[in-house]
Design a protein around this ligand. Sequence first.
Ligand SMILES: *Cc1c(COP(=O)(O)O)cnc(C)c1O
Ligand code: SF4
Length: 395
Amino acid sequence: MYPNDRTANWHSGQGLWDDVPAEDWNSWIWQLKNRLTRVEELERHMTLTPEERAGCRFANKRLALAITPYFFNLVDREDADCPIRRQVIPRGAEMERAPEELLDPVGEEETMPVRGVVHRYPDRVLFLVTDRCAAYCRYCTRSRLVSNAQDYNFHPEYESGLKYIAEHPEIRDVLLSGGDPLLLSDRKLAHILERLRAIPHVEFIRIGSRIPVFLPQRITPKLQEIFREFGPVWMSIHVNHPKECTQDLYAACERLSFAGVPLGNQSVLLRGINDDVETMRSLVHRLLMMRVRPYYLYQCDLITGSAHLRTDVKAGIEMIRGLRGHTTGYAIPQLVIDAPGGGGKIPINPDYVREITDTEVVMRNFEGREFRYPLVHARPAHAEHESPVLEEVFM
Ligand SMILES: *Cc1c(COP(=O)(O)O)cnc(C)c1O
Ligand code: SF4
């Protein structure tokens, strides 16, 4: 049962696949084998708009179409604006390229010392271990390589990646990503984790995965065992809308938590999907109920073909203003822009600091009221010797 949810239905169930034996439905292999990957399969269950049909026709040249039966059940088949539908069903607009858009929007290719390892920050690396995902997000930052629709031909080179990490003692943090690392077999994943654990300077291992959202069935007892054995492993999941917070996701997060995996969430701000405060508030509240701490909220990268999903940066700032002080501090993600050209993630914040003068900092609180706090150096240098407390002690 769900803890106190006031606004919507968290139940998912087998929906369109009600006649499938529960044993199959609950098997992640079955879910993967039965993904919807062709326009005809979608049209067996729903009527696509002409815009969507055009998008599906081109999908195999840009980013493959794939949706697990579990996640497809969350699509509102009557509503073309459904926030789930817009994340996974292609649209013709993906074929348009705005002048500011890039194939490698955050400049990863330039900081790849070996294929699959992005070493942008001094102490940590992004280690891409696969180019496959359980389902494909239409706004994927790595659509140039993910799903291999654009002939990038990414072949995970674990050995050269592991070797690079082992030879660079400054790397204390390894982030496994892709594609989705949880699509690897248990054996492969355990092997990579074991190898990383054996490198003395690697202190911190984390995984970025949307599998709990697309394919919660993947979080099996065997996977829990792997995390217990090679943990601590942290995980960032990727939830964008409260409708994704089903009982199945709740249960998957519980299994991960019980296996000792601390959970964070990354969301992408998407126009018409989650760019209003009410939706975001509902999402972050549900994340907390699932033991997931909102981590980053991304301004959508300048991905080729994503203009129809991008919001104005100011909308993100207003979103944070609408959350900070108005809800639990734990619920508030850090808004970031992953800077085009490889600058890394840069925090973007509302201007709570109005002014820093010679003597004080002038601030605005969440209600817009002004407050002041004195600067330390405004006091004369000898002030501390005149402190009444000290005088008492030394007299
Ligand atoms: C996001 C990212 C990281 C991790 O950044 P954190 O702020 O530590 O979460 C590391 N390397 C690359 C290339 C990244 O894009
Ligand atoms: S799950 Fe992540 S890597 Fe895969 S398509 Fe979505 S955003 Fe891209």
